[in-house]
Write a protein that binds this ligand. Structure first.
Ligand code: GLA
Length: 666
């Protein structure tokens, strides 16, 4: 409420007398007001998708200019840009002119939003390069926290140079100040596995007849555990103490096996089906990849350490299996590390690993001995993305080499192949190298899961399986988009109809815990995601049946990170044999449901809030696609929430997902 003029006059007289004008001017609303420029605030708290927020100039460091009009002050930023400003009711108005800066290139499309204590005060709609500025004039009476947001208008962040031009507050009380985004406490939700045995992992497993077979039964429970199996096809042997099954894959057919794990606390059983035929990866591959942890510093030693840790920390007990080398294991013509420079191939044209990898066969054997599988990486072009030896012109030999070395997974990364197919981006040209390698891998005497990495070009989800792929990246590197996991998930989920056993959309690796910054390939530091965002990351990936490939530093896995990676009920959503990717049901601009039908007829449901404030989200049965009473379970806490008649509703914090599973009550 504003004081009466009488009070104002009195206050002025008093302040003059006491010499406290300055103090009263900022504490008595309406008594006096001053203009505070947005660009005068501390901009170090601003989070944005590229570069740093600029004072009185555009992100390109040019004068702030929108549709030919130049502005003397303001903030130049880049989508996705998040600016939290604490007002404490001290500001009366906020005015600005907003638009895409003229220095941006095409496509340059953004949306500007202002939220006051969670309420939308301004929404620009999609703004394009060259479009005249929109005027913002907000009444901020009583507003405690203002949030200024610039988003990417759903077409990625390329050229999204956004200006809050001539942005100012009219301040009559507490001065505005930028603050860091709120961060919640890191709470451990996943209950610790009990001492009694429990068998985890997929219920179906695909292999090709006669090929080497390797499967480590994932199981928790106090060690020692004693494993046994009924119905194991001839040619396969189970090691009772480790639970590792080896031998030669059976002839074509479906084999129902009953697995048992026992310890002094009891016994657990699980039906497990081996399908020997053409298909591999009947459930999304799970494992670890070195890229976001070690970039071009990867070594044989780091790979072995990662494998040891995968077993020791319990990841292998919930289904993680592949230990995958990414780029930089070969030689390059030039590199800052002389141990990675050398001849690319020997006299027989066989690839020469660099000196950090003394013996590839010994490395894969080391992983196999622990029941784990080995993955490798190369490009169809002459060079990999990091400039190391590529396969171009040597594809058949390389496929044989990887198989001889004992690798079980190949990531084939487009990169310099662009030089080969530069002139011709036809579908045929995009498919050619993948079809070629897909055919070659099928000819090898071992099962090699084929991961296409070409960032979604040519709508790869439509043809990835036909060229022999088992999973395909649907977009660019997620390491550059970690501030947008919800948006990345929504884009990936748009291809849900192509997700099925043996054919998976891959939105890239799980980057939680300690990860290196993709932009400068730094040593691992704590990932930039809040605790709720990390839970959301895993929840979304599981709902979308994405490959679960962790890519953080295995050496420094902490309890919080492991609690996210290793919840068997959450992983079960990912590994469901139906292979469905969840359907997105949009509720509001900030909230949506993800609904996935599971093989047993139950539904996995994510109540998703990508907004900046907590939101009440309800999942009515009509939207979930169920009828009648449902038993609802909180998968992260592994707790039943009760029986519900028509809907389930919950308060979901900012940037969080509540993950549920619903079974009909009989
Ligand atoms: C590309 C890929 C990444 C990684 C790097 C390695 O950027 O998309 O996943 O493999 O290459 O150089």
């Amino acid at each position: 409420m504003k004081p009466t003029p009488v009070f104002t006059d009195l206050a002025r007289a008093l302040t003059g007398l006491l010499g406290l004008g300055c103090l009263l001017a900022t504490t008595a609303p309406g008594s006096a007001a001053e203009t505070v420029r947005l660009s005068s605030l501390d901009l170090s708290h601003v989070r944005q998708g590229y570069g740093k927020a600029q004072v009185d100039r555009s992100i390109r460091e040019t004068p702030l200019t929108i549709a030919g009009h130049t502005y003397s002050h303001g903030v130049g930023t880049h989508a996705r840009s998040v600016m939290w400003i604490q007002l404490d009711g001290g500001s009366e108005r906020f005015t600005a002119s907003v638009g895409v800066d003229d220095a941006a290139g095409s496509p340059g499309t953004v949306t500007f939003t202002a939220l006051g204590d969670g309420k939308r005060l301004f929404e620009s709609g999609v703004m394009k390069l060259g479009q005249p500025a929109q005027q913002v004039d907000l009444d901020l009476t009583g507003v405690k926290t203002l949030l200024l947001l610039v988003e990417d208008a759903r077409d990625g962040i390329a050229y999204d140079h956004a200006d809050w031009a001539e942005a100012s507050f009219l301040v009559s009380g507490a001065p505005p100040k930028t603050i860091a985004a709120p961060v919640e406490a890191a709470v451990l939700l996943t209950p610790k596995p009990g001492p009694a045995p429990k068998i985890n992992g997929p219920v179906v497993y695909g292999c090709r007849p006669g090929h080497p077979f390797l499967y480590r039964i994932p199981a928790t429970g106090e060690r020692p555990l004693k494993f046994s199996a009924q119905g194991l096809p001839a040619g396969l042997t189970l090691a009772a103490d480790t639970g590792i099954i080896t031998g030669d894959a059976p002839a074509r057919g479906t084999f129902k096996v009953l697995l048992t794990a026992e310890n002094k606390r009891g016994a657990a059983q699980r039906e497990w089906t081996i399908i020997s035929g053409d298909k591999l990866a009947l459930t999304p591959p799970m494992g670890w990849n070195h890229w976001y942890a070690h970039y071009d510093t990867v070594t044989d030693r780091l790979m072995r350490q990662a494998a040891d840790k995968m077993v020791a920390c319990g990841m292998a007990d919930v289904g993680y299996q592949y230990v995958n080398i990414d780029d930089c294991w070969m030689n390059a013509a030039k590199n800052r590390d002389p141990l990675r420079v050398g001849p690319l191939r020997d006299e027989n044209q066989v690839l020469i690993p660099n000196r950090h990898f003394p013996d590839m066969q010994a490395l894969s054997s080391y992983l196999h001995a622990q029941g784990l599988k080995a993955g490798i990486y190369i490009s169809p072009g002459p060079r990999t993305c990091a400039g190391f030896a590529g396969s171009y012109g040597h594809e058949a030999l390389d496929a044989r080499t990887f198989s001889n070395w004992g690798f079980d997974f190949l990531k084939y990364d487009w990169c310099s192949y662009a030089e080969i197919a530069a002139r011709d981006k036809s579908l045929d040209a995009l498919q050619k190298p993948y079809r070629q390698m897909g055919d070659l891998l099928k000819q090898q005497p071992r099962d090699v899961v084929f991961n296409l990495c070409q960032y979604g070009m040519g709508e790869v989800w439509k043809w990835g399986e036909a060229v022999g792929g088992h999973c395909w990246r649907t977009a660019d590197d997620l390491g550059f988009e970690l501030d947008r996991i919800f948006e990345v998930a929504l884009r990936n989920a748009a291809h849900r109809e192509y997700s099925r056993p043996g054919a998976w959309n891959d939105p890239d690796y799980l980057q939680i815990g300690m990860v290196g910054n993709a932009a400068n390939q730094s040593e691992p530091t704590p990932c930039p995601l809040t605790p709720n965002e990390q839970y959301a990351f895993m929840s979304l990936w599981c709902l979308m049946a994405s490959p679960l490939i962790y890519s953080g530093d295995m050496r420094s896995l902490d309890e919080f990170t492991l609690n996210i990676l290793c919840n068997p009920e959450v992983i079960e959503v990912d590994q469901d044999p139906l292979g469905q990717s969840a359907e997105v049901i949009t509720l509001t601009p900030d909230t949506f449901l993800m609904v996935k039908t599971m093989a047993d007829g139950s539904k996995a449901v994510g109540l998703c809030n990508r907004g900046e404030f907590s939101a009440r989200i309800s999942a009515p049965w009509s939207a979930v696609g169920v009828h009648g009473q449902q038993r609802v379970r909180d998968l992260w806490r592994q707790q039943n929430l009760g029986h519900f008649e028509r809907q389930y509703e919950a308060e979901v914090p900012r940037h969080a997902v509540t993950l549920l599973r619903l079974w009909p009550v009989k």
